[in-house]
Design a protein around this ligand. Structure first.
Ligand SMILES: Nc1ncnc2c1ncn2[C@@H]1O[C@H](COP(=O)(O)OP(=O)(O)O)[C@@H](O)[C@H]1O
Ligand SMILES: [Mg+2]
Length: 418
């Protein structure tokens, strides 16, 4: 077959290598072309066999997976690395991504998660490198009917993500006439319910995801709340320990479902850099990355931009939003730009009065104080991000074969909804 994904497995434990080989043996479009038991052997084999995807264990005796990935990135740049680890810690994740890994699987993972990751990095990297020579360019079906996903992220907490996500959603709904769903993906300590004065029972993403995992077909509508401001809301779990229920495959299915039903899906992300957060950032059409005029915020932003670059995010996918831009703390916007080596794309003024008044009453300031400068800034931002949809994995042209594959992937994602 012309479009088989050629996979190299790297793990020091023989049983794991056998197990993975067997699992992948069931997939018609994936071929295991070799297995290595160490980082050194992986480099040799990869150089010789030129795999499309390398499944790399992180903990190995001689050369660990991160060092092997680093070397592989320069020796065999066409091979995309999917890192496997039992540790789900942010630091491992970040270091893997900086080393050039494209995906991160936390053991134990299901065979669905495994094959989905392999296919995803394969399609994404091929498109990125424009190595697909289209016989006849075909439009990917259904891509343009989907709404856009806007992630509101920052590598540091307390910079105004929730405040902005809520008001941006309201602005897009009320002023731009968009059908908007706001998702609180700050799963441990979500604040969206507080800002919108919502506190329902059994209506959060924690109630939805387990059903998805079981392969059941709940209607998303059952869990989405209609708010009086005209937006729709999917809340975070009511208690922190329930955050664990939310998996990478679960959040992906939720966002796919929501983007099919809405013009805009705005996601208030956690600043904790987990595999779930990463999945959201991957899926997003735009990442509004928020910072404030504080040293820690600026430092973390620099690190995040490095990771974003390693992840292959386009420059215009990541937008820098400076919140409370007029604060007089001695740091100027030009200093920030110089320090992170990038221009700030959007600014929002500081307005403690409007923001706190709104917060205490549970009414977004875009509703209660529509004329304030801070509301105007939010509206400008809403206009700027509206309609920027350029699907990350469904680029403009593809071969008929990979388009068919994508379409097939889509239909299986949506199977539960029919
Ligand atoms: N533009 C702004 N002007 C004044 N205060 C703001 C502004 N944006 C956010 N805040 C305040 O900053 C604090 C953190 O905001 P929040 O949205 O909860 O941040 P995050 O979600 O990033 O943790 C809150 O007390 C909020 O009211
Ligand atoms: Mg928040």
């Amino acid at each position: 077959m012309a479009d088989t994904i050629r996979v190299l497995i790297v793990d020091d434990i023989p049983e794991t290598r056998d197990h993975l080989t067997k699992l992948l043996g069931f997939e018609a479009d994936i071929e295991v072309i070799g297995a290595a038991s160490s980082g050194g052997e992986a480099l040799d084999l990869a150089t010789r066999l030129q795999p499309d995807v390398v499944l790399m264990d992180i903990n190995m005796p001689d050369m660990d997976g991160i060092s092997a990935t680093e070397r592989l990135s320069s020796q065999v740049p066409t091979a995309s690395v999917v890192m496997m680890s039992v540790q789900g810690e942010a630091d491992y994740l970040r270091r893997s991504m900086l080393a050039g890994a494209r995906e991160f699987l936390v053991k134990p993972f299901s065979s669905d998660e495994l094959t989905a990751s392999i296919r995803q990095v394969y399609v994404r990297d091929r498109e990125k490198a424009s190595r697909i020579v289209a016989a006849a360019p075909v439009a990917v079906p259904a891509a343009d009917v989907d709404g856009e996903v806007i992630a509101v992220f920052s590598p540091k907490g307390g910079v105004g993500r929730t405040t902005m996500a809520v008001n941006l959603a309201v602005a897009a709904a009320q002023e731009l006439g968009k059908k908007v769903c706001l998702v609180d993906a700050s799963f441990q300590f979500g604040d969206v319910g507080v800002l919108l004065n919502l506190n329902p029972k059994n209506k959060s993403i924690a109630d939805l995801v387990p059903e998805l995992e079981l392969g059941e077909a709940p209607s998303l509508e059952t869990f989405v709340i209609n708010h009086s401001s005209g937006i729709r809301v999917l809340l975070a779990p009511p208690s922190p320990e329930m955050a664990e229920l939310i998996t990478v495959s679960g959040i992906k299915r939720v966002l796919e479902g929501l983007r099919a039903e809405n013009d805009m899906v705005i996601v208030d992300c956690s600043s904790y850099f987990s595999d779930v957060t990463l999945a959201i950032l991957d899926m997003a059409d735009v990442i509004l990355t928020m910072l404030t005029l504080e040293i820690t915020s600026i430092k973390n932003m620099r690190l995040f931009l490095e990771v974003a670059d390693q992840l292959g995010y386009e420059d215009d996918k990541v937008r820098l939003v400076l919140n409370r831009a007029d604060s007089t703390l001695g740091i100027r916007v030009v200093d920030v730009e110089q320090s992170i080596g990038r221009k700030v794309d959007h600014t929002i003024v500081s307005d403690g009065r409007s923001v706190v008044y709104a917060l205490n009453r549970g009414i977004p300031f875009f509703v209660s104080n529509r004329e304030a400068q801070v509301s105007q800034d939010i509206l400008r931002l809403a206009n700027a991000v509206s309609g920027v949809h350029h699907p990350a994995t469904t680029a403009t042209t593809a071969t008929a074969e990979s388009a068919a594959k994508l379409a097939k992937g889509k239909s299986s994602i949506f199977a539960w909804r029919s």
